[in-house]
Ligand binder design. Structure first.
Ligand code: SAM
Length: 299
């Protein structure tokens, strides 16, 4: 046997081994192993939802998906805010902290000319984009980053700014109020607030507070601020707090006094819940009816 036929004999044996019964299918299966970032099968809305972890909100039933538990597409706080403002048709609206775009959808349904939504959390921002696609939002534009920096840097004026669930996540909540006041004459806030009467020392809801109350003077108001920490809650993918672990709550009446000092002469309050499980909370609609442009000076 010459060396040529030995070589071919080995090659043939190797090929036969690979082609033993069942081996071909194994090879095919390994070639077809689905790669990590791919989705096989029929495209569907649930695939898009399952791509991102941490969903807080459910989507409308018609979309036919399972996402988070909370349903916020008819949120009474936003309905109340819209009732106070009046029609937003053709208006420029800013939403800070859209989370998963439920409120953004409510706003878009009312046909604003411009709808900006600024979200600081990467996963939330991406979840908003998924909702935008699944619900076919056309006007809303989502931006990833700090709403406070947006107010300071974008130069855009809005007819209405909504910050639902945002103020109490800020390290500098007074600055957020000032910046909103510099960009609009109408603000809606839903926020937790501190209160020595509704939440006196010893109240379990003060558990996240750190250290003593601080007082800062702003616009002639002595603002009482209370430091808090999330105590690690931010590690959860569905976390929906602020950019920094440290954040400060303002005393209820100081929020109102600040808004007045910033020129908002029409203040309306709803859903005041001093007993809210997570800490006292209320909705505030603030409108500047006198000297609308004077707030530019506040920025
Ligand atoms: C408690 S959730 C409220 C979500 C929604 N607005 C609602 O009321 O159901 C706060 C949201 O604001 C976002 N957020 C916190 N700080 C922010 C900031 N500085 N700029 C923009 N978004 C912020 C969070 O990531 C989260 O989506």
């Amino acid at each position: 046997m010459n060396s040529h036929s030995v070589k071919w004999g080995k090659l043939r044996a190797a090929l036969m081994a690979r082609l033993r019964p069942g081996r071909g299918a194994e090879l095919e299966a390994s070639k077809l192993r689905q790669l990590d970032e791919y989705v096989s099968g029929m495209p569907c809305a649930q695939n898009a939802i399952d791509t991102l972890p941490g969903w807080n909100h459910a989507l409308p039933e018609a979309v036919g998906v399972t996402a988070g538990a909370g349903f916020f597409f008819h949120d009474g706080r936003i309905l109340w805010a819209l009732e106070q403002f009046g029609s937003i048709e053709g208006k420029a609206v800013l939403e800070i902290g859209p989370l998963e775009a439920s409120h953004t959808y409510m706003l878009e349904q009312r046909q604003p000319a411009l709808l900006h939504a600024v979200e600081a959390n990467r996963l939330s921002f991406l979840r908003c984009l998924v909702v935008k696609e699944l619900l076919g939002l056309k006007v809303a534009r989502f931006f990833l980053g700090d709403g406070q920096a947006w107010l300071q840097g974008s130069g855009q004026r809005y007819d209405f700014i909504l910050a639902c669930g945002v103020l109490y996540h800020m390290w500098e909540p007074v600055r957020l109020l000032e910046l909103m006041a510099a960009r609009t004459d109408s603000i809606f806030l839903w926020t937790h607030y501190a209160s020595e009467t509704a939440m006196p020392p010893g109240d379990l809801r003060r558990g996240a507070f750190i250290g003593a109350m601080e007082v800062e003077d702003h616009h002639g108001v002595s603002v009482r601020l209370y430091r808090r920490s999330y105590h690690g809650a931010w590690q959860d993918k569905s976390f929906c707090g602020g950019i920094h672990d440290r954040h400060r709550w303002i005393e209820r009446d100081d929020i109102l006094a600040l808004l007045r000092a910033l020129g908002f002469d029409d203040l309306r309050i709803a859903s005041d819940e001093p007993d809210h499980a997570n800490g006292p909370a209320f909705s505030v609609f603030a409108r500047r009816t006198q000297c609308p442009m004077s707030a530019e000076a506040a920025a």
